[in-house]
Design a binder for this molecule. Sequence first.
Ligand SMILES: [Zn+2]
Ligand SMILES: [Zn+2]
Ligand SMILES: [Zn+2]
Ligand SMILES: [Zn+2]
Length: 228
Amino acid sequence: MKVTEIEHFSHRHKLELSYSQKPYRCDGCKQEGFGSCYQCNKKTKCDFHLHEKCAMADPLATHPFFNNCIFEFRKKRKHGKRCKACGKDIRGFMYKSKKAYLHPCCLKLPNTLNGEGGLILNLKDKASSKCLICRHKKISGKVKGWAYVSTCGKHCYHVGCVNHMNFENWGCFNSQQNGGNISLVFIKQESGRKKKRGCCVGCALDLIVNAILGSALQLAAGCVLGLS
Ligand SMILES: [Zn+2]
Ligand SMILES: [Zn+2]
Ligand SMILES: [Zn+2]
Ligand SMILES: [Zn+2]
């Protein structure tokens, strides 16, 4: 059972586990978020949000890509440091180690995502082929960037590119309630080029964007959540 109300060092009021149907900026890591999050009680109108993973960050963590390496949670930004996973700047909460800096949400990305029709996406520490969004193997000159690669070999997307695409071009994704789950779904564009990519691209992107934003929310019966 999840804790639905917490006290957090970063904010003076109690935070409540709720669901934001609009994109928000996490006041911890300063990255975008959507859906499930810890929010300041609405009455105070603080507009304060934390990703679940930022609110519940463990002081120490490890990651399978870094052997014998301990990551320490830090509250403060680090000038000029980039997240090894998504390639974006570190502007708030982060995990620091000798080998890399990571956003809390990036550190916790699932190793495997399972989609419909046997689609399996595995998290890799670099793209195995060109990313289908930016058309490059590296996310930028210095940063390779992690990628989700499908077992069939047809899909390869940088974690950072999916996230970027989502918010630069808001409207590509929409929230959808499906049974007991709320998640983001990719809206297929009618323009010729995007259509040709095929429907499976949409399925793959849905999986990744929900993993990145931590948005998928299980609405368990009896669980009190503020759905507004
Ligand atoms: Zn965050
Ligand atoms: Zn508040
Ligand atoms: Zn990151
Ligand atoms: Zn890319």
